[in-house]
Design a protein around this ligand. Structure first.
Ligand SMILES: NC(=O)c1ccc[n+]([C@@H]2O[C@H](COP(=O)([O-])OP(=O)(O)OC[C@H]3O[C@@H](n4cnc5c(N)ncnc54)[C@H](OP(=O)(O)O)[C@@H]3O)[C@@H](O)[C@H]2O)c1
Length: 253
């Protein structure tokens, strides 16, 4: 079982990232947490300190490559990182129309470039010391492009496939890589949805599942299982078979 002591989490000011920070907080742990909302990030950090963790916070935008590289190196110099969780992300849909260019580019910038900006600065350091763990936050939406959220699904598919390949590439270097693929988790991101979300799960429960999967170095941490089966099947079937069904899905905002 992997027991990380020095953990860095992006998008820790809200939802899953905040729940993961709380799930790892405890004596002997040092957490490096980042987000954009100063006040919410500070509240999460206070909670984690009360649970016994040492916490450093940084307000930054994951799309800022230079700022991310500087922060990753600074954190790793302060305490060699055992686990890096690239969690920050945004969502958006068509709401029955088309996605604007601004929205498509913003989603790819946060969800893909943001992940690269988190992992690429630390990867050579982990390789050099032949240990470390990387968790990439994808989504079950990465199994199949849904017409209601093209950019989001595509960004998560990119993270999923990159993470799967990275796992094989980095295993001989002593680095563990897991791809996390949640279904619906209650958070400000899903609070924006005005349609029924099957098997919606509290963020605390999701964080527990992710932490357990990472401790076991699972290649893919996908949950809950009924949504996992549905999403996987949708990805396996020929689009000609599934298009009519997906066209009837609710239009995501
Ligand atoms: N909730 C779900 O059902 C679900 C399912 C599958 C996958 N996911 C993935 O899980 C991750 C977390 O989602 P969530 O549900 O916890 O959403 P959330 O509550 O909206 O939290 C998103 C987090 O990402 C941060 N963030 C977004 N864009 C950023 C940027 N450009 N720079 C820095 N930080 C940024 C936010 O920071 P601020 O709030 O401070 O701006 C926030 O801390 C995302 O990658 C999401 O795609 C979520």
């Amino acid at each position: 079982m992997l027991e990380p002591r020095h953990i860095l989490i992006t998008g820790a000011s809200s939802g899953l990232g905040a729940a993961l920070a709380r799930a790892y907080a405890g004596p002997g742990r040092r957490l490096f947490l980042a987000g954009r909302a100063d006040d919410r990030l500070a509240a999460v950090a206070d909670h984690c300190r009360r649970m016994g963790a040492a916490v450093d916070t940084t307000v930054l935008d994951v799309t800022d490559r230079a700022a991310m590289a500087a922060w990753m190196i600074q954190a790793d110099d302060a305490a060699p990182l055992d686990l890096v969780i690239a969690n920050a992300g945004i969502s958006g849909g068509t709401y029955g129309g088309s996605e604007s260019e601004v929205q498509v580019r913003a989603i790819f910038a946060a969800n893909v470039d943001g992940v690269l900006n988190t992992i690429l600065p630390i990867q050579p350091r982990m390789e050099a010391r032949r240990r470390g763990q990387i968790a990439l936050m994808a989504s079950l939406a990465g199994h199949r492009g849904f017409p209601s959220a093209p950019a989001y699904c595509a960004s998560k598919a990119a993270v999923k496939v990159w993470g799967e390949a990275l796992r094989g590439q980095l295993a001989p270097h002593g680095i563990a890589v897991s791809v996390v693929m949640p279904g619906y988790v209650k958070s400000p991101m899903t609070d924006a949805n005005d349609f029924p979300m099957p098997f919606l799960m509290p963020a605390e429960r999701a964080a527990h599942i992710i932490r357990d999967g990472l401790a076991r170095n699972r290649a893919r941490i996908a949950f809950p299982w009924p949504m996992t089966m549905i999403a996987w099947l949708l990805g396996m079937l020929h689009p000609a078979l599934t298009d009519p069904c997906l066209a009837r899905l609710p239009k995501k905002k």
